[in-house]
Write a protein that binds this ligand. Sequence first.
Ligand SMILES: [Mg+2]
Length: 201
Amino acid sequence: MTIKALFWDIGGVLLTNGWDREQRSDVVRRFGLSAEAEELHERHKLAAPELEVGRMTLDEYLEQVVFYAPRNFTPADFRAAMEAESRPNEAGLALARDLGQRWRMYSLNNEGRDLNEYRIRTYGLRDFLQGFFSSCYLGVMKPSPAIYRLGLSLAQVSPAEAVMIDDRLQNVQAARYVGLHAIQFVSAEQLREELAGLGVE
Ligand SMILES: [Mg+2]
């Protein structure tokens, strides 16, 4: 079976993670919130899924998770610090840009709408991804099998014609369960080799 489409995770593959554990602890420290880190984490755990499936805006999330008490900084300050945590993975981006010239490619990623769009715009992801199958638009998150099936339907390819690229093993296994080829991203070089094994060069 020939591969017809590539689905890309973004955080941990093309860019750093958007708002994962390391990004949160870094920002929490910089705003002097370390004493409240546990409270923030508990609040994050409840609000984050709603943010990522697009039922909560970033402002609403920040109101619940950070601004539940008076602060000496503004939501705009905090948001800017969140955005500054997003950095490119240059090797992953270079490989994706190259492949994008010959292959049909989409994102298939978990992210809230505001941060997703900041990251897409800032790192030119529209230049090589033809569509964004993001949890915030689809209303369902990885590793639910439903998001992989939606991605396949929206791209109009069968599971055997698709490759999922993701850094998280649980998501890779979920994609395989649905029948997609799936590669766990470790490095751009390793990804290039594994893709070549599927005839994607
Ligand atoms: Mg990831």
